[in-house]
Design a protein around this ligand. Structure first.
Ligand SMILES: [Zn+2]
Length: 111
């Protein structure tokens, strides 16, 4: 019998953990949309580990892309160059987009 493939979100999470491990421990959570109506996802530092939260009631592809975006933020944050969290453009600076673009390109090959 053929083993069933895990859903895209789980495969994306496993791929990120394997290929792009972060120096800090990361936990990934999914919350119902009504708990976070304005956001698709976010990452925060909780005690000594990173917590990534993804909005649950969207499709697998959107959840996966949001997870990749949050992971890219976490990788960006490891550079020895500060992030300006006070503005949207500061949070999404050129280094962020380089990282995000690379992850998205590789993820498209994942399948
Ligand atoms: Zn972002």
């Amino acid at each position: 019998m053929k083993k069933k493939r895990p859903p895209l979100f789980i495969r994306t999470r496993n791929w990120l953990r394997k290929e792009y491990p972060l120096p800090t421990e990361v936990s990934v959570h999914r919350y119902d949309g009504h708990k976070m109506p304005k956001l698709l996802g976010y990452v925060e530092l909780e005690d000594d580990h990173l917590k990534i939260v993804i909005r649950k009631n969207t499709n697998q592809r959107e959840q996966s892309e949001t997870l990749i975006e949050e992971w890219a933020h976490a990788i960006r944050d490891t550079l020895a160059m500060p992030v300006d969290y006070s503005t949207e453009a500061g949070m999404h600076d050129e280094f962020f987009w380089l990282i995000y673009g690379r992850l998205i390109n590789e993820w498209r090959e994942l399948k």
